[in-house]
Design a protein around this ligand. Structure first.
Ligand SMILES: *[C@@H]1O[C@H](CO)[C@@H](O)[C@H](O)[C@H]1NC(C)=O
Ligand SMILES: *[C@@H]1O[C@H](CO)[C@@H](O)[C@H](O)[C@H]1NC(C)=O
Ligand SMILES: *[C@@H]1O[C@H](CO)[C@@H](O)[C@H](O)[C@H]1NC(C)=O
Ligand SMILES: *[C@@H]1O[C@H](CO)[C@@H](O)[C@H](O)[C@H]1NC(C)=O
Ligand SMILES: *[C@@H]1O[C@H](CO)[C@@H](O)[C@H](O)[C@H]1NC(C)=O
Ligand SMILES: *[C@@H]1O[C@H](CO)[C@@H](O)[C@H](O)[C@H]1NC(C)=O
Ligand SMILES: *[C@@H]1O[C@H](CO)[C@@H](O)[C@H](O)[C@H]1NC(C)=O
Length: 645
């Protein structure tokens, strides 16, 4: 199951045929500095403060180069406003700005608002050496056969295709102002490059829209004296679907003038990149180096997302090191290609845990890859599923990663970043592990962690913890029962999906609480379309347990431009190599699938036979549309259980 860039054909998520995940390129020259390495530095800020590596809160570094259009755009007014206005602004992080020239440092200092979180420094000490020698950055270039060479600013990645890393010549034609189709060449092959100069007759984006209709890739020339601006179709994900880029007035005019001297009016253009000293780095609370991710979106929010993740990670590390826990390591940097498995006897029995006061079961999972830098990680996103067969004879219902009846947790890999780290409550599934009748004998389980395609490394533990909650004794279930429907089909493209989704179950005498636990993700067409998932008990149609009530932003913001960027604070890995920032159907790239958990006690009758019915709804016209049984055209991976307490 490969989950790539969007390929959906509906009004609010337009079609895309490009799967070029090649830019920005990897430019790292060596592994002198790797992620998670401790680093030592002493930086003096222009305000006279000393910053050292004995930091207890994260630091994010930007070394500014105004000649790079990507960096320049990050310092634009709009970008700064978006950054400081971010929801959940990362308030513990220090953003350390430096520059390659004194003028650029001045520009930075006057552009950014005054804040104790924004500091400026002429030199970054060891971080400068790192940026100079190891973590380089790409500067995108454009050159023509007529001898013009310049830097370029590519269209917003969410709207346009990215050019392949193409160090080869492509024909370039003149498209006049670019504002109407009559100005474009009529006989050129689709996919040709056309240079246009709107000169105020239409906006750069409008010119790109005309080029897009004609299926030409476009180079838009900016007005004289203006900074390069970002071409974007705004909210239309993949709305332009061509390569579109902008260059400055002087080189642009020179290229346009050179058509006259060219044979048959045809020039060649080459899109490439230069490798220059790096622009970005970060240091975690505790002084470990981390890349901030890929240079895809020229907005300062890129630094904000990096900082949100560092703060999430710092809080997670604090929890992991301070809470009392009985930790059972299961996988330790094991290779998933496609799966890793281990059969082991747990070091504790159910009665040991209960007697010890443990009342929660969490899964800690860290995603890694071989090599010390993000460029060493696999490019695509795939589901990861963790299953446990602890001798209760349950059959594995699916052969896809995700949705089997013995599933304990699910995650999704990140596009080419090796930093995911998650802690997911799996307490309702406790009796899948401690499944046997003999509570005094530690269970023997076959644990399996599985993904598809390219290799990843998995580190996973079960963590049994104690909550402060006085009612805690009831938070490990006495039974976990998988919900099995007669219809377990995953395809959700019509009302057949909802047929035969009833389940009859007894609630044991003495039960005081019943939870419904479900892991649900949408894929294929359902990746970028909202869906909702409902359960009704004993035919009482007036009480509906719906995913929209407890996880609206996870399922209903699928396909929105920043639905997953918004979840960086919850641990979604930011600044990945692909379109990590779009909302998705119940998941994000580089994140754990958050379980849906409902307390359904009030709807069941203890000591007797009950029934439940599940149904899904899809929202083909987006989150404001009405849900219906036509579904979302793709498929849904669901595993669900009832837990009795
Ligand atoms: C700054 O960017 C320009 C434009 O691409 C490049 O030529 C130059 O090498 C860069 N300088 C540094 C120090 O990165
Ligand atoms: C960066 O590298 C260049 C070329 O090797 C060198 O001249 C310069 O001093 C270096 N700067 C730092 C801060 O290491
Ligand atoms: C354009 O590129 C093609 C393919 O490399 C080459 O054959 C042709 O001579 C080039 N034309 C010009 C004007 O440079
Ligand atoms: C649901 O059950 C009915 C009766 O057994 C059967 O005819 C129908 O094909 C089933 N539908 C699905 C989608 O499983
Ligand atoms: C509940 O809704 C379902 C589906 O619309 C319907 O078949 C059923 O008859 C309803 N039950 C009651 C008790 O109204
Ligand atoms: C059905 O749901 C309604 C609304 O929550 C509730 O008041 C009622 O008690 C439920 N009926 C039964 C039989 O559980
Ligand atoms: C992201 O979060 C902000 C603040 O909660 C919200 O205003 C915005 O609509 C969200 N955007 C998306 C696409 O989820």
């Amino acid at each position: 199951m490969i989950i790539g860039p969007p390929k959906i054909l509906l009004a609010f998520v337009l079609s895309a045929s490009h799967v070029c995940a090649s830019l920005p390129p990897a430019t790292n020259l060596n592994e002198d500095y790797v992620n998670n390495q401790l680093v030592s530095f002493n930086i003096e800020t222009t305000q006279g403060q000393q910053l050292s590596s004995d930091n207890t809160d994260p630091m994010v570094f930007m070394k500014y180069n105004s000649s790079d259009p990507f960096s320049k755009h990050m310092i634009s007014e709009g970008s700064i406003a978006d950054f400081v206005g971010m929801a959940d602004f990362p308030e513990k992080t220090t953003f350390v700005f430096s520059a390659y020239t004194a003028e650029d440092l001045d520009e930075l200092q006057s552009a950014l608002p005054v804040s104790p979180q924004f500091v400026f420094a002429e030199s970054l000490d060891e971080i400068d050496v790192l940026l100079n020698t190891s973590w380089n950055s790409p500067v995108l270039t454009l050159s023509t056969s007529s001898g013009v060479a310049t830097n370029r600013l590519d269209c917003y990645y969410g709207s346009c295709a990215w050019p392949d890393e193409q160090d080869f010549d492509l024909p370039l034609l003149n498209g006049g102002s670019g504002c109407s189709s009559s100005e474009y060449p009529s006989d050129a092959a689709s996919g040709s490059y056309v240079i246009v100069y709107p000169h105020g007759a239409c906006s750069p984006t409008d010119a790109a829209k005309v080029a897009s209709k004609l299926s030409y890739n476009v180079i838009v020339v900016q007005e004289e004296g203006e900074d390069l601006e970002l071409i974007s179709s705004e909210d239309d994900v993949d709305g332009l679907n061509i390569v579109a880029t902008m260059i400055g007035f002087e080189p642009g005019s020179e290229i346009i003038d050179s058509f006259e001297a060219a044979d048959n009016g045809v020039l060649n253009v080459t899109l490439s990149y230069d490798v220059v000293p790096g622009f970005f780095a970060s240091v975690s609370a505790g002084g470990r180096l981390l890349e901030i991710g890929w240079e895809k979106l020229p907005t300062l929010q890129m630094l904000g997302w990096a900082a949100q993740w560092l703060e999430y990670k710092s809080a997670l590390d604090t929890t992991l090191s301070s809470e009392e826990a009985l930790v059972v390591p299961i996988f330790e940097f094991d290779l998933m290609q496609e799966a890793a498995s281990v059969t082991m006897t747990l070091p504790v029995s159910e009665s040991d845990l209960r007697a010890g006061g443990f009342d929660a079961m969490n899964v800690e999972f860290a995603l890694g890859c071989d090599g010390g830098q993000d460029q060493d990680c696999s490019i695509w996103d795939h589901c990861i599923t963790f299953t446990a067969d602890c001798g209760d004879g349950e059959e594995n219902l699916k052969n896809e990663p995700g949705g089997a009846s013995d599933e304990i947790g699910r995650w999704v890999t990140s596009f080419r970043r090796g930093v995911g780290h998650f802690l997911t409550d799996a307490s309702p599934l406790f009796k899948k592990i401690f499944a046997g009748d003999d509570v005094d004998t530690p269970p023997t389980c076959m644990f399996k962690i599985q993904t598809e395609g390219e290799p990843w490394r998995a580190t996973l533990s079960l963590r049994f913890t104690k909550s402060d909650d006085a009612e805690a004794e009831s938070s490990l279930p006495s039974e976990t029962r998988p919900i099995i429907y007669e219809n377990m089909a995953t395809k959700f493209a019509g009302k057949e999906y909802n047929e035969n989704r009833s389940f009859v179950f007894d609630v044991p005498e003495g039960t005081t609480k019943v939870l419904l636990h479900a892991l649900i993700t949408g894929h294929g067409q359902c990746e970028f379309l909202p869906s909702s998932h409902q359960w009704i008990f004993n035919d009482n149609n007036s009480t509906v347990f719906s995913s929209s009530d407890i996880a609206y932003s996870s399922y209903m913001l699928a396909g929105t431009p920043f639905g997953c960027a918004n979840r960086t604070v919850e641990g979604a890995v930011p600044n990945e190599h692909g379109t990590w920032y779009y909302g998705r159907g119940g998941w994000c790239d580089g994140m754990d699938v958050k379980p849906l958990v409902f307390d359904v006690t009030s709807e069941v009758e203890v000591g007797s036979t009950n029934s439940l019915r599940y149904y899904g709804l899809g929202y083909l016209s987006g989150p404001i549309g009405k849900g219906d049984e036509d579904g979302c055209g793709g498929y849904i991976l669901m595993s669900s259980n009832l837990a009795f307490y």
